[in-house]
Design a protein around this ligand. Structure first.
Ligand code: PEP
Ligand code: MN
Length: 272
Protein backbone atom coordinates (compact mmCIF):
# COMPACT_ATOMS: atom_id res chain seq x y z
CA UNK A 1 0.00 0.00 0.00
CA UNK A 2 1.34 3.37 -1.04
CA UNK A 3 2.02 6.33 1.20
CA UNK A 4 1.74 4.49 4.48
CA UNK A 5 5.07 5.79 5.67
CA UNK A 6 4.42 5.30 9.36
CA UNK A 7 1.50 2.88 9.60
CA UNK A 8 2.82 0.06 7.44
CA UNK A 9 4.60 -2.90 8.89
CA UNK A 10 8.17 -2.80 7.68
CA UNK A 11 9.64 -5.18 10.24
CA UNK A 12 8.51 -7.79 12.75
CA UNK A 13 8.28 -5.08 15.38
CA UNK A 14 4.85 -4.33 16.85
CA UNK A 15 3.75 -1.17 18.55
CA UNK A 16 2.66 -1.45 22.16
CA UNK A 17 0.31 1.39 23.11
CA UNK A 18 0.35 2.20 26.79
CA UNK A 19 -2.72 3.80 28.35
CA UNK A 20 -1.89 4.34 32.03
CA UNK A 21 -0.96 0.83 33.15
CA UNK A 22 -2.79 -0.91 30.30
CA UNK A 23 -0.68 -2.16 27.38
CA UNK A 24 -2.39 -2.75 24.03
CA UNK A 25 -0.38 -5.04 21.82
CA UNK A 26 1.11 -6.89 24.78
CA UNK A 27 -1.88 -8.13 26.76
CA UNK A 28 -5.44 -8.95 25.65
CA UNK A 29 -7.31 -5.82 26.79
CA UNK A 30 -11.01 -5.65 27.51
CA UNK A 31 -12.74 -2.25 27.50
CA UNK A 32 -16.30 -2.21 28.82
CA UNK A 33 -18.96 0.27 29.85
CA UNK A 34 -22.10 2.01 28.72
CA UNK A 35 -22.71 3.38 25.25
CA UNK A 36 -23.28 6.79 26.77
CA UNK A 37 -22.79 8.37 30.16
CA UNK A 38 -26.31 9.03 31.41
CA UNK A 39 -25.88 9.68 35.13
CA UNK A 40 -23.40 9.32 37.94
CA UNK A 41 -25.28 6.35 39.37
CA UNK A 42 -25.49 4.51 36.02
CA UNK A 43 -21.82 5.06 35.16
CA UNK A 44 -20.43 4.23 38.59
CA UNK A 45 -22.52 1.11 39.03
CA UNK A 46 -21.55 -0.15 35.60
CA UNK A 47 -17.89 0.80 36.15
CA UNK A 48 -17.71 -1.09 39.44
CA UNK A 49 -19.34 -4.13 37.91
CA UNK A 50 -17.08 -4.32 34.87
CA UNK A 51 -14.02 -3.77 37.05
CA UNK A 52 -15.09 -6.64 39.31
CA UNK A 53 -15.54 -8.85 36.25
CA UNK A 54 -11.98 -8.11 35.11
CA UNK A 55 -12.30 -5.29 32.57
CA UNK A 56 -9.12 -3.28 32.01
CA UNK A 57 -10.65 0.03 30.88
CA UNK A 58 -13.96 1.89 31.07
CA UNK A 59 -15.79 3.25 28.02
CA UNK A 60 -18.61 5.80 27.94
CA UNK A 61 -19.66 8.47 25.49
CA UNK A 62 -20.22 12.07 26.57
CA UNK A 63 -20.65 13.21 22.95
CA UNK A 64 -22.86 10.88 20.95
CA UNK A 65 -22.93 11.00 17.14
CA UNK A 66 -26.61 10.07 16.71
CA UNK A 67 -28.40 9.33 13.46
CA UNK A 68 -31.24 11.65 14.48
CA UNK A 69 -30.64 15.19 15.74
CA UNK A 70 -33.52 14.65 18.18
CA UNK A 71 -31.94 11.61 19.86
CA UNK A 72 -29.96 11.94 23.13
CA UNK A 73 -26.70 13.67 22.24
CA UNK A 74 -24.74 12.99 25.42
CA UNK A 75 -24.04 14.96 28.60
CA UNK A 76 -20.89 16.72 27.32
CA UNK A 77 -18.76 18.23 30.09
CA UNK A 78 -20.98 16.77 32.82
CA UNK A 79 -20.46 13.33 31.32
CA UNK A 80 -16.70 13.78 31.30
CA UNK A 81 -16.74 14.75 34.97
CA UNK A 82 -18.72 11.61 35.75
CA UNK A 83 -16.18 9.52 33.86
CA UNK A 84 -13.35 11.16 35.78
CA UNK A 85 -15.12 10.31 39.01
CA UNK A 86 -15.57 6.69 37.88
CA UNK A 87 -11.84 6.53 37.15
CA UNK A 88 -11.05 7.88 40.62
CA UNK A 89 -13.29 5.31 42.25
CA UNK A 90 -12.33 2.23 40.23
CA UNK A 91 -8.84 2.99 38.94
CA UNK A 92 -9.98 2.10 35.41
CA UNK A 93 -8.54 4.34 32.66
CA UNK A 94 -11.25 5.83 30.44
CA UNK A 95 -11.84 6.08 26.71
CA UNK A 96 -14.40 8.49 25.36
CA UNK A 97 -15.40 9.70 21.92
CA UNK A 98 -14.63 13.16 20.60
CA UNK A 99 -16.64 14.34 17.59
CA UNK A 100 -15.60 17.97 17.10
CA UNK A 101 -12.05 19.23 16.46
CA UNK A 102 -12.80 22.25 18.68
CA UNK A 103 -13.34 19.96 21.69
CA UNK A 104 -10.23 17.82 21.41
CA UNK A 105 -7.87 19.77 23.67
CA UNK A 106 -10.20 19.99 26.64
CA UNK A 107 -11.69 16.49 26.25
CA UNK A 108 -8.09 15.21 26.27
CA UNK A 109 -7.72 16.63 29.78
CA UNK A 110 -10.36 14.15 31.01
CA UNK A 111 -9.76 11.12 28.82
CA UNK A 112 -6.93 8.61 28.98
CA UNK A 113 -7.67 7.67 25.38
CA UNK A 114 -9.71 9.46 22.70
CA UNK A 115 -12.12 7.54 20.48
CA UNK A 116 -12.80 8.41 16.87
CA UNK A 117 -16.11 6.86 15.86
CA UNK A 118 -16.98 5.16 12.61
CA UNK A 119 -18.80 8.22 11.26
CA UNK A 120 -15.75 10.40 11.78
CA UNK A 121 -13.03 8.06 10.58
CA UNK A 122 -12.32 10.31 7.60
CA UNK A 123 -12.87 13.62 9.37
CA UNK A 124 -9.34 14.72 8.57
CA UNK A 125 -9.33 17.91 10.63
CA UNK A 126 -10.45 15.87 13.66
CA UNK A 127 -7.73 13.29 12.95
CA UNK A 128 -5.06 15.99 12.79
CA UNK A 129 -6.31 17.46 16.04
CA UNK A 130 -6.21 14.15 17.94
CA UNK A 131 -2.79 13.62 16.38
CA UNK A 132 -1.67 16.69 18.32
CA UNK A 133 -3.57 15.87 21.51
CA UNK A 134 -0.85 13.90 23.28
CA UNK A 135 -3.38 11.12 24.01
CA UNK A 136 -3.60 7.60 22.58
CA UNK A 137 -6.34 7.30 19.96
CA UNK A 138 -8.82 4.48 19.36
CA UNK A 139 -9.57 4.74 15.65
CA UNK A 140 -12.75 2.92 14.67
CA UNK A 141 -13.14 1.68 11.12
CA UNK A 142 -15.50 3.66 8.92
CA UNK A 143 -18.53 1.50 8.18
CA UNK A 144 -17.99 2.02 4.44
CA UNK A 145 -14.19 2.01 4.45
CA UNK A 146 -11.55 -0.32 3.09
CA UNK A 147 -8.53 -1.39 5.12
CA UNK A 148 -6.37 0.93 3.03
CA UNK A 149 -8.59 3.95 3.69
CA UNK A 150 -8.60 3.09 7.38
CA UNK A 151 -4.80 2.83 7.52
CA UNK A 152 -4.50 6.17 5.75
CA UNK A 153 -6.57 7.67 8.56
CA UNK A 154 -4.19 6.15 11.10
CA UNK A 155 -1.42 7.75 9.04
CA UNK A 156 -3.03 11.18 9.51
CA UNK A 157 -2.74 10.75 13.29
CA UNK A 158 0.75 9.25 13.22
CA UNK A 159 2.05 11.96 10.91
CA UNK A 160 1.08 14.62 13.45
CA UNK A 161 3.59 13.03 15.81
CA UNK A 162 1.25 10.78 17.79
CA UNK A 163 2.53 7.18 17.69
CA UNK A 164 -0.25 5.78 19.90
CA UNK A 165 -2.99 4.56 17.58
CA UNK A 166 -5.16 1.50 18.19
CA UNK A 167 -7.42 0.25 15.42
CA UNK A 168 -10.94 -0.98 16.16
CA UNK A 169 -12.98 -3.10 13.75
CA UNK A 170 -16.64 -2.40 14.49
CA UNK A 171 -18.43 -3.91 11.52
CA UNK A 172 -19.10 -2.71 8.00
CA UNK A 173 -22.29 -2.21 5.99
CA UNK A 174 -23.28 -5.13 3.78
CA UNK A 175 -26.60 -6.36 2.36
CA UNK A 176 -27.21 -8.37 5.53
CA UNK A 177 -29.84 -6.89 7.82
CA UNK A 178 -30.11 -9.54 10.56
CA UNK A 179 -27.04 -8.10 12.22
CA UNK A 180 -26.57 -4.35 12.69
CA UNK A 181 -23.36 -4.50 10.64
CA UNK A 182 -21.14 -7.33 9.40
CA UNK A 183 -18.12 -8.02 11.57
CA UNK A 184 -15.10 -8.26 9.29
CA UNK A 185 -13.01 -10.51 11.47
CA UNK A 186 -10.54 -11.06 8.64
CA UNK A 187 -9.45 -7.46 9.31
CA UNK A 188 -7.52 -8.80 12.31
CA UNK A 189 -5.05 -11.11 10.54
CA UNK A 190 -5.02 -8.75 7.54
CA UNK A 191 -4.01 -5.79 9.70
CA UNK A 192 -1.39 -7.94 11.41
CA UNK A 193 0.20 -8.30 7.96
CA UNK A 194 -0.21 -4.67 6.97
CA UNK A 195 0.59 -2.71 10.12
CA UNK A 196 2.44 -2.80 13.43
CA UNK A 197 -0.49 -1.11 15.22
CA UNK A 198 -2.69 -3.04 17.68
CA UNK A 199 -6.23 -3.93 16.62
CA UNK A 200 -9.25 -4.63 18.80
CA UNK A 201 -12.78 -5.82 18.01
CA UNK A 202 -16.12 -4.24 18.87
CA UNK A 203 -18.56 -7.16 18.96
CA UNK A 204 -21.37 -4.86 20.16
CA UNK A 205 -21.82 -2.42 17.28
CA UNK A 206 -20.82 -4.99 14.68
CA UNK A 207 -23.52 -7.49 15.60
CA UNK A 208 -26.08 -5.33 17.44
CA UNK A 209 -27.32 -8.56 19.00
CA UNK A 210 -26.71 -9.65 22.56
CA UNK A 211 -26.57 -13.36 21.72
CA UNK A 212 -23.83 -12.87 19.14
CA UNK A 213 -21.49 -10.81 21.33
CA UNK A 214 -20.04 -13.79 23.24
CA UNK A 215 -19.28 -15.99 20.24
CA UNK A 216 -17.78 -13.08 18.29
CA UNK A 217 -15.64 -12.10 21.29
CA UNK A 218 -14.25 -15.61 21.46
CA UNK A 219 -13.69 -15.61 17.70
CA UNK A 220 -11.86 -12.27 17.96
CA UNK A 221 -9.54 -13.67 20.60
CA UNK A 222 -8.87 -16.76 18.49
CA UNK A 223 -8.21 -14.60 15.40
CA UNK A 224 -5.43 -12.78 17.25
CA UNK A 225 -7.13 -9.52 18.19
CA UNK A 226 -5.43 -7.41 20.85
CA UNK A 227 -8.63 -6.80 22.77
CA UNK A 228 -12.34 -6.03 22.82
CA UNK A 229 -14.61 -3.07 23.45
CA UNK A 230 -18.03 -4.13 24.76
CA UNK A 231 -21.10 -2.17 25.83
CA UNK A 232 -22.44 -2.96 29.29
CA UNK A 233 -25.30 -1.22 31.09
CA UNK A 234 -26.48 -1.84 34.65
CA UNK A 235 -30.10 -1.63 33.44
CA UNK A 236 -30.13 -2.16 29.66
CA UNK A 237 -33.92 -1.63 29.43
CA UNK A 238 -33.42 1.94 30.58
CA UNK A 239 -30.41 2.80 28.40
CA UNK A 240 -30.77 6.04 26.41
CA UNK A 241 -28.60 4.74 23.57
CA UNK A 242 -28.05 1.29 22.05
CA UNK A 243 -30.29 -0.39 24.65
CA UNK A 244 -30.90 -3.48 22.52
CA UNK A 245 -27.23 -4.43 22.38
CA UNK A 246 -25.99 -3.75 25.91
CA UNK A 247 -24.94 -6.69 28.08
CA UNK A 248 -25.99 -6.74 31.72
CA UNK A 249 -23.11 -6.85 34.21
CA UNK A 250 -23.95 -10.53 34.83
CA UNK A 251 -23.74 -11.39 31.13
CA UNK A 252 -20.45 -9.53 30.89
CA UNK A 253 -19.00 -11.35 33.90
CA UNK A 254 -20.07 -14.64 32.38
CA UNK A 255 -18.39 -13.75 29.08
CA UNK A 256 -15.16 -12.82 30.89
CA UNK A 257 -15.20 -16.18 32.66
CA UNK A 258 -15.52 -17.93 29.30
CA UNK A 259 -12.73 -15.90 27.67
CA UNK A 260 -10.06 -16.74 30.23
CA UNK A 261 -9.73 -20.49 29.57
CA UNK A 262 -9.76 -19.82 25.81
CA UNK A 263 -6.93 -17.35 26.28
CA UNK A 264 -4.92 -19.91 28.23
CA UNK A 265 -5.62 -22.55 25.58
CA UNK A 266 -4.52 -20.26 22.74
CA UNK A 267 -1.32 -19.31 24.52
CA UNK A 268 -0.28 -22.95 24.49
CA UNK A 269 -0.91 -23.48 20.78
CA UNK A 270 2.18 -23.69 18.56
CA UNK A 271 2.41 -20.51 16.51
CA UNK A 272 1.65 -20.75 12.79
C1 PEP B 1 -19.76 3.83 20.25
O1 PEP B 1 -18.70 3.24 20.49
O2 PEP B 1 -20.62 4.07 21.10
C2 PEP B 1 -20.05 4.19 18.85
C3 PEP B 1 -20.88 5.19 18.55
O3 PEP B 1 -19.42 3.40 17.99
P1 PEP B 1 -19.33 3.48 16.37
O4 PEP B 1 -18.66 4.76 16.07
O5 PEP B 1 -18.53 2.27 16.03
O6 PEP B 1 -20.74 3.40 15.86
MN1 MN C 1 -23.06 2.52 21.22
Amino acid sequence: MKNLRLASRATEQRTVVKVSSVEFGRDFIVIAGPCSVESEEQTLETARAVKAAGADMLRGGAFKPRTSPYAFQGLGLRGLKILASARRQTGLPIVTEVIDPRDVSWVAEFADMLQIGTRNMQNFSLLKEVGRSGRPVLLKRGMYSTLEEWLNCAEYILSEGNPDVILCERGIRTFETYTRNTLDLSAVPAMKELTHLPIIIDPTHSTGRINLIGPMSQAALAAGADGLIIEVHHKPDEALCDAEQALTPEMFADLMRRLRPLQAFLQNLPSA
